[in-house]
Structures are given as C-alpha cells and as structure tokens.
Design a protein around this ligand. Structure first.
Ligand SMILES: [Zn+2]
Length: 137
C-alpha cells in the first residue's frame, strides 16, 4: 500500500520515532507546530477511529497519554492540544489515522480547538441534540 505512515511503521521510511510498542508508534511531525509536536499512529493501517477494532482504541489512547507525559518531562509545556483530523474535509492528505499531540505555551501564538473551524449551526442546541439522538437509534 502506498501509505507514508505504513512505510514508517514498516521501517521502509525513516522518521524520528520517540516511542514504539506492539501496536503503535510515535514520531515527530516533520512540520512541527511547536517543539515536541508528535504524531501517534496505529501500526496497522486504518483511516478512522470508527474503522479500528474496538480492542485497539484504548491502547492507542494510552500511548497518547504516555507521549504527553514524555513531552511534559522534556519541554515542561503549559498545556497540550491533542487532536485528530479525520475524513477528507479535515485532513491534509494523509489517510492513515494519526493523533497530534502539540505542546502548548501561553505565548505560542496559537488558539484553542475553537479557532480551527468557523461554522456554527443555525439550529438551537436542543434541535441539534434531537437530530443526533433520533439518528443514532
Ligand atoms: Zn497506512
């Protein structure tokens, strides 16, 4: 498969890997937003959380916590932004699930998750809630 992250997981392409276990790898983002900006990827190709075997989701997020602890020790940031770009409207061309862990500082010129998207709904929260609950039953 012609997937950059599969090739990194298979050690066909070099990356700055800072952690690896049976099912996940953590590597430094090649376009870091901050010192220590890391990507956590499952070794087996998947394009979304929803496509993952349920048993693999918990361990992947344990790796996220481990990486945040490692970055905390190394850089002493004042916070983290942790996020996933999932689906064609969200991501930048890479279809292998990856979780960004970005160390944050008060003076890093960044915003919160709320600064990423500017598409507030026209419906009320009650209408939105009704739509979600009706369509998931
Ligand atoms: Zn892949």
């Amino acid at each position: 498969m012609d997937c950059l992250f599969c090739k990194i997981a298979n050690k066909e392409i070099e990356a700055q890997i800072i952690y690896e276990d049976e099912k996940s790898i953590a590597l430094l983002d090649v376009n870091p937003l901050a010192p220590g900006h890391t990507l956590i990827i499952p070794k087996v190709h998947t394009d979304s959380i929803g496509a993952m075997p349920e048993a693999d989701i918990g361990p992947l997020f344990l790796t996220v916590r481990k990486i945040a602890d490692m970055l905390d020790d190394a850089f002493r940031p004042e916070g983290f932004t942790i996020g996933i770009n999932q689906g064609p409207a969200s991501r930048g061309g890479i279809e292998h699930l990856h979780i960004h862990v970005v160390p944050r500082w008060h003076a890093d010129n960044g915003g919160s998750i709320h600064s990423i998207v500017h598409n507030p709904p026209k419906e009320s929260l009650e209408e939105i809630k009704k739509k979600i609950l009706n369509e998931s039953h």
